[in-house]
Design a binder for this molecule. Structure first.
Ligand code: UD2
Length: 319
């Protein structure tokens, strides 16, 4: 099959591309490298087509989508705090960019678009775990853009018959998540803090919880969502179904590394959701999704990846 992966040089994107290539599919990656890295594709670079360009340019999107059967639309401007700082830019990339992808997909008659949605759509909904039937109540511009992306996909289904599936990812973490930006995901930052013996910085009291989901589980969901029958127009939670506080993460990393680092507590972050946990029964039923890697195992693998990557970088600098 022929796939286009937008954001395919990014963290979740490149992990997905690896698996597509492993399964023998033909893959085009469209990525503007604003947060993605060509290095993430190094191992499979000669097996794919890479196009450097932005989803905000519809001509580039059309070109990249030429002959694609499935589109995995993962290109986005992530981060809740970054969206609070610059809502217009987040809107431009996440909403205008998604619209471009959908318009091109309709024109080029792709079989299905799978959209990377987000648990941030749930926002203030008071009940746990989060179920897809709840009315979304986003509390950040980022959450709004991800919810609008879902609505656009469904609307293209109704108006033009374009098959679409939205996957609400719950805090995906794992190898290749960039730890270096102020907007990086918390586990990437905590892993590197433990690696460097610096204090992990917790925003708030650390009792907020997340359904931290190892990237391999998200990759599984991505591929299932492309091919599962009778799911067009549906939204699925992609998590593990658990809930771990940041204080527990710090303790767990202490166990993994044998280091007793204390967290540094800073004021809570604006736009933050307190608790997040996925009900994954819909994904189980309709996609056949079953998370294979639990949180502790995923965290251990992730820490090991950062350790190895740092060690390799050190050897390179010595040479
Ligand atoms: C949101 C979405 C997630 C994904 C992500 C993309 C929710 C529940 N989750 O993740 O599914 O779409 O956005 O960016 O909306 N924190 C610290 N110290 C740090 C960094 C973060 O304490 O150095 C805290 C932060 O305040 C928050 C938690 O860690 O309470 C998780 O933050 P994050 O930025 O990793 O992810 P989050 O939940 O905003």
């Amino acid at each position: 099959m022929r796939y286009l992966v937008t954001g395919g040089a990014g963290f979740i994107g490149s992990n997905t591309v690896d698996e597509l290539v492993r399964r023998g599919h033909s893959v085009v990656v469209l990525d503007d490298l604003s947060s993605g890295k060509e290095d993430n594709l190094a191992e499979i670079r000669n097996k794919i087509t890479f196009i450097k360009g932005s989803i905000t340019d519809i001509e580039v999107v059309r070109k990249a989508m030429h002959e694609a059967e499935y589109v995995l639309h993962l290109g986005a401007r992530t981060s809740v705090p970054r969206s609070l700082k610059d809502p217009i830019e987040t809107n431009r990339i996440n909403i205008d960019g998604t619209l471009n992808v959908l318009v091109a997909a309709k024109e080029l008659k792709v079989k299905r678009v799978v959209f990377a949605a987000s648990s941030s759509a749930y926002g203030e909904t008071p009940t746990l775990p989060k179920v897809e039937t709840m009315q979304p109540q986003p509390i950040s511009p980022y959450g709004v853009t991800k919810f609008v992306g879902e609505l656009y996909g469904q609307t293209f289904g109704r108006c033009y018959g374009l098959e679409n599936v939205a996957l609400r990812y719950f805090n995906i973490f794992g190898p290749r998540q960039d730890p270096s930006s102020p907007y990086s995901g918390v586990l990437a930052k905590f892993c590197t803090a433990f690696l460097e013996d610096s204090q992990p910085v917790v925003f708030g009291d650390g009792e907020q919880t997340r359904d931290f989901t190892y990237v391999e589980n998200a990759v599984q969901a991505n591929l299932l969502a492309c091919e599962a029958p009778n799911v067009s127009g549906k939204v699925f939670n992609v998590g593990v179904g658990g809930r771990v506080s940041l204080n527990e993460v710090v303790r767990e990393l202490g166990k993994i590394t044998g280091k007793a680092l204390e967290a540094k507590y800073d004021p809570p972050r604006e736009g933050d959701i307190r608790d997040s946990q996925a009900d994954i029964s819909q994904a189980r039923e309709f996609l056949g999704y079953e998370p294979q890697v639990r949180f502790e195992e995923g965290l251990a693998r992730t820490f090991e990846w950062y350790r190895e990557t740092q060690a390799k970088a050190a050897v390179k600098t010595e040479k």
